[in-house]
Design a protein around this ligand. Structure first.
Ligand code: ADP
Ligand code: ASP
Ligand code: MG
Length: 403
């Protein structure tokens, strides 16, 4: 008998029919004698609908109340799944975040799970019951309901696996596993049998939403093996594991993309020491994350252009901060928020020379202009015009033998 954490994402619990499919998966696990803790997301689209409701009242909706509102989606699916199991004569019970409780630290909408009480739930598992826990939420030390960031049910699952010392943590979703790129965008994408934490972390941070990046980070930190698999097929999924256990035959494992970025160019800033610091210090104080930075060679030795990328949501704030910054002089600020980031990720890149050039050549062969570049040991990202994104993913996917 093993203790398993099974997490079911929004599409998997998107309708009552689907919730009954989930109940059947749990029934099968119980018939094998396994102890099951199920983590559920809200029904697909529900969290977005709730956000829209709050925006009908105000765009500045109170943060505490927003967390109370958003956490309700997972409450609904917890109860529905529990009811579906009980209908199958399986002992089951749902708990709300404050009943467990799941204790969190940090700001509303962006909290982090620190611990959970395990006694009641462990006792229930020992008595043959299935425990259902709502994903994405917790309760602060002040007793307020909190949420832990979009896609956060993955993080709840990993935290539960760790805190309850589970034997496995399975992420059930609407695709068969982690693919070389989004299979819903590029149908020739291939399923990956096993992938390292590092690569998965890069892929999810760079836009592959199949796993939430902070969940992968926690799994990596505590060496909790994950398996991503489909709720709707019996096919083998993807194992996310320690890189020592993976055999690398390919330099590139996957291609990710995101449309969250925007590019800002400050034209004609002074070319002297301290200017870059003067530009970026107030941005960092305002919690604006700057991703890529490029400084052009100064042609007159006096002025230069500095280009950098920030999250698209931060563009207006960034422009305002630059305008209010009395420490810098410049000619103009140009923003482009119709850009996208395409990245290749692979632990095998470290040992394969020429990956960088191959990527740039591939993009230039299809006439795609690179606007900014950033690299790390196992990833290479470029900013391009948003309308080129699909062509870029396809081309890179083929170039690196991933089709
Ligand atoms: P869930 O609701 O189960 O949490 P998500 O919608 O968050 O599911 O994540 C699954 C989706 O992630 C897939 O439907 C797919 O479109 C998308 N996706 C993006 N990149 C990848 C990838 N490399 N492999 C698999 N799925 C991906
Ligand atoms: N329901 C939350 C969201 O949509 C959490 C999750 O689904 O993982 O972000
Ligand atoms: Mg998800």
């Amino acid at each position: 008998m093993v203790k398993k954490v099974l997490k079911f994402g929004g599409t998997s619990v998107g309708t009552t029919e689907r919730i009954q499919i989930v109940a059947k998966i749990i029934q099968k696990e119980r018939s094998l004698g396994n102890k099951i803790i199920a983590i559920v997301s809200a029904m697909a689209g529900k969290t977005n609908d709730l956000i829209k409701l709050s925006e009908e009242i105000t765009n500045e909706f109170n943060k505490r109340e927003l967390d109370v509102l958003l956490s309700s989606g997972e409450q609904v699916t917890s109860a529905l799944l529990s009811g579906a199991l009980i209908k199958l004569n399986i002992k089951a019970k749902s708990w709300l975040n404050w009943q467990i409780p799941i204790l969190t630290d940090g700001d509303h909408a962006n909290s982090r799970i620190i611990t959970m009480h395990v006694e009641k739930i462990n006792k229930y598992l020992d008595d043959g019951g299935v425990s259902i826990i709502p994903g994405f939420q917790g309760i602060s030390k002040f007793g307020d309901v909190t949420t832990i960031g979009r896609g956060g049910s993955d993080a709840t699952a990993v935290a539960v696996a760790k805190i309850f010392n589970a034997d496995s943590c399975e992420i059930y979703t609407d695709v068969d596993g982690v693919f070389s790129t989004d299979p819903n965008k590029i149908p020739v994408a291939k399923k990956i049998d096993s992938i390292s934490y590092d690569e998965m972390l890069e892929l999810s941070s760079l836009g592959a939403k199949v796993m939430q990046s902070s969940a992968v980070q926690t799994a990596m930190m505590y060496d909790i093996p994950l398996e991503v698999r489909s709720t709707f097929t019996e096919r083998k999924g993807t194992k996310i594991i320690n890189k020592e256990k993976i055999d690398y035959t390919k330099s590139v494992t996957g291609v990710a993309y995101s449309k969250n970025d925007a590019k800002i160019t400050i034209v004609g800033v002074e070319d002297r020491p301290g200017v870059a610091a003067n530009i970026f210090e107030p941005l960092s104080k305002a919690q604006i994350n700057v991703d890529m930075v490029i400084q052009n060679i100064s042609s007159d030795q006096k002025t230069t252009d500095i280009t950098f990328t920030v999250k698209r949501d931060d563009v207006s704030k960034t422009k305002q901060i630059l305008k209010d910054n009395s420490k810098i002089n410049y000619k103009e600020i140009i923003k482009n928020d119709r850009v996208a980031k395409v990245s290749i990720v692979g632990a095998g890149m470290v040992t394969t020379p020429g990956v960088t050039y191959k990527m740039f050549r591939a993009l230039s062969d299809v006439g795609i202009n690179i606007l900014a570049i950033s690299t790390s040991e196992i990833k290479l990202s470029v900013i391009i015009q948003e309308n080129n994104i699909l062509q870029a993913i396809k081309k890179l996917h083929t170039t690196f033998d991933l089709d």
